[in-house]
Design a protein around this ligand. Structure first.
Ligand code: NAD
Ligand code: MN
Length: 358
């Protein structure tokens, strides 16, 4: 029997609530499947750890999780620690050190869920956003001079490398090719950002030549927000820079009904390092401890992890259970306009897994 070792990093706020639910569901799935086992080890890194130790994770933290088959991550962010400390100290430290350069974010409208777009259901909105996850605007370069003085200057440097852009383009074209519509939209801003984004456009055209079977086109990021909202059916696979895709994927999540539903994976496609799987939302201090966090994003994230581990049948079974549950309004949490708790949704998904006879 195959045996997967997963490092769980719940992090802050509702991160612990949704990852706890996700582990329960994945264990139920392994039990139901019988063909594999999942073992979870939890790491208590995050803002509480920071308050005690002055760092978000131990110095050898990356080594501690490097040999796991995958990382299952909740969220980071606390009201009393600056966001750039929590983000760079844990989540980005993992993504960058493990070269998880492809961030993949599927977006669909699940059964029973109504998005804010009138008349737009699952038949008109089915996207995968590929976010460049290792460089670009979040390369972490730049600085400030003359701190606190009137002549103070702050720079924020975006870095695009030929190898970095080429590998994410190739990843996006491969993904587009694997989907039924074989269609890719390359997001850009080369009218205003005339160095990095112009190179991005050039490399897109070069890589496209290797994929004659993929229909591709370009869209400026500002126009892209309109197209996503007004003509969602014209999009399928989408590739964008670190910053642009960060913003577009929150929009995508909202258009699909709620931030609480959306999943993501941070992949090291070469598998030299473990990949990391997480819901896209943050620690949501406004609802922490109330037991009403929507765990669906974390469950859907679990299907991405199972696919990556090589358990596509289990992934399909889990998605089927999730969709069976979202179809019923009685299992909608408050972010979806319902009254269900995290507990109630989790129990329903476990029951759907146990009762799945397909
Ligand atoms: P957020 O995603 O935490 O919350 C935004 C809104 O969506 C809130 O009203 C919240 O209640 C709601 N929401 C989010 N997830 C939900 C869920 N599963 N169920 C129900 N409602 C949900 O974003 P924010 O408020 O901008 O940020 C809060 C903190 O999280 C900040 O410290 C921020 O830096 C951090 N953050 C972390 C990540 C991450 O770890 N990947 C991502 C985004 C934000
Ligand atoms: Mn974001």
């Amino acid at each position: 029997m195959k045996h997967y070792r997963i490092a769980a990093i719940p992090g802050d706020g509702i991160g612990a609530e949704v990852i706890g639910a996700g582990i329960e569901v994945l264990k139920a799935l392994a039990r139901r499947d019988g063909g594999f086992a999942m073992e979870f080890e939890s790491f208590d890194w995050g803002s509480d750890y920071y308050h005690q130790h002055g760092v978000m994770m131990p110095a050898d933290g990356l080594e501690q999780v490097a040999d796991f088959d995958a990382l299952y991550f909740g969220a980071v962010g606390a009201p009393d620690v600056p966001d750039h400390v929590t983000l760079w100290g844990l989540r980005l430290a993992i993504c960058q050190s493990f070269d998880q350069y492809a961030n993949v974010r599927p977006t669909r409208i699940l059964p029973g869920i109504e998005g804010p777009l009138r008349g737009v259901g699952p038949d008109r909105l089915d996207w995968v956003i590929v976010r460049e996850n290792s460089e670009g605007e979040y390369a972490g370069q730049g600085g400030r001079s003359h701190r606190g003085l009137p002549e103070e200057v702050a720079t924020e440097v975006a870095i695009f490398t030929r190898s970095g852009v080429t590998r994410i383009m190739r990843f996006a074209f491969e993904l587009a090719r694997s989907r039924p519509r074989k269609k890719l939209t390359v997001v850009t801003k080369s009218n205003a950002q005339r160095h990095g984004m112009v190179m991005w456009d050039e490399i897109a055209a070069e890589v496209a030549a290797e994929y004659p079977d993929v229909e591709w086109g370009k869209e400026l990021v500002d126009a892209m927000t309109m197209r996503m909202t007004l003509r969602p059916e014209t999009l399928d696979t989408i590739v964008a820079t670190n910053l642009h895709a960060d913003i577009l994927s929150d929009l995508a999540a909202a258009l699909a009904g709620s931030l609480g539903i959306a999943p993501t994976s941070n992949l090291n496609p070469e598998r030299r390092f473990p990949s990391m799987f997480e819901p896209i939302h943050g620690s949501a201090f406004d609802i922490t401890g109330k037991g009403i966090a929507n765990p669906i994003g974390t469950f859907w994230t679990g299907t991405l992890m199972l696919d990556h581990l090589g358990e596509p049948e289990a992934a399909t079974r889990l998605m089927r259970a999730v969709e069976r549950v979202t179809a019923d309004h009685a299992f909608h949490t408050p972010d979806l306009g319902g009254e269900a708790t995290t507990r109630k949704v989790t129990d329903a998904v476990v029951a759907a897994i146990d009762g799945d006879n397909e």
